[in-house]
Design a protein around this ligand. Structure first.
Ligand code: PCA
Length: 201
């Protein structure tokens, strides 16, 4: 079994992105599954294309994309992606789409087909704050989840896919007041648990 796990590169003036920092530290095997790690640029469309070509190359059974959700205190397991790009800041190549559909021939929204409730239960059991999120926003993370599920329903019907947002790391909030963070260790353990639960499903 192959599990593809992605994280984003830093964006919005940050020096690191906790999502890829955590993905890099995942083991290469979880149970009997091979873990393939991919860094995706925080860029509209390019992110989806890079993910899609990796999926074509390795034909993964499960795809879990991750990204930074600055300001959130909990690991958030996303339920849904919507067919809209509406950026408040530029992506890493200067794009700032406002109210633009992602794919004209796509549905208004796609649900993650990961076992999101079981993932939340599993992460809670190991003592890490976690919740279901009903919005991945309207920036590149929602965009990538939308693209993932669009291609899953088109070309990878047997693949499970979804998205997990992670909080800032403590070192990112040194100069930000009243802003939650989570240790890298806990983020890595939470992602590992998410993979484990998805494999068992
Ligand atoms: N978080 C952004 C995009 C890249 C990332 O890590 C988001 O939540 O849309």
């Amino acid at each position: 079994m192959k599990v593809l796990v992605t994280g984003f590169d830093p964006f919005g003036g940050e020096k690191i992105n906790p999502s890829f920092e955590a993905v890099k530290r995942l083991p290469d095997k979880i149970q009997n599954a091979e873990i393939i790690k991919l860094e995706v640029p925080t860029v509209f469309y390019k992110s989806i294309e890079i993910l899609r070509s990796k999926m074509c190359e390795i034909q993964p059974d499960i795809v879990i994309c991750t990204g930074q959700a600055g300001g959130r205190s909990h690991i958030s397991v996303e339920r849904v992606a919507i067919n809209i790009d509406d950026a408040k800041i530029e992506d890493n190549e200067g794009n700032k789409p406002i109210d633009k559909p992602i794919f004209f021939d796509g549905e208004n929204a796609y649900f993650s087909n990961l076992p999101i409730k079981k993932i939340v239960e599993g992460i809670k059991e190991i003592g890490i704050p976690v919740e279901i999120s009903n919005s991945a926003g309207t920036f590149v993370c929602n965009h990538l989840l939308y693209g993932l599920m669009y291609y899953i329903q088109k070309d990878f019907k047997k693949t499970l896919g979804g998205f997990i947002h992670v909080p800032y790391l403590p070192e990112q909030v040194l100069e930000k007041r009243n802003t939650p963070s989570m240790s890298l260790d806990n983020i890595v353990r939470a992602l590992e648990k998410a993979v484990e639960v998805s494999i068992i499903k």
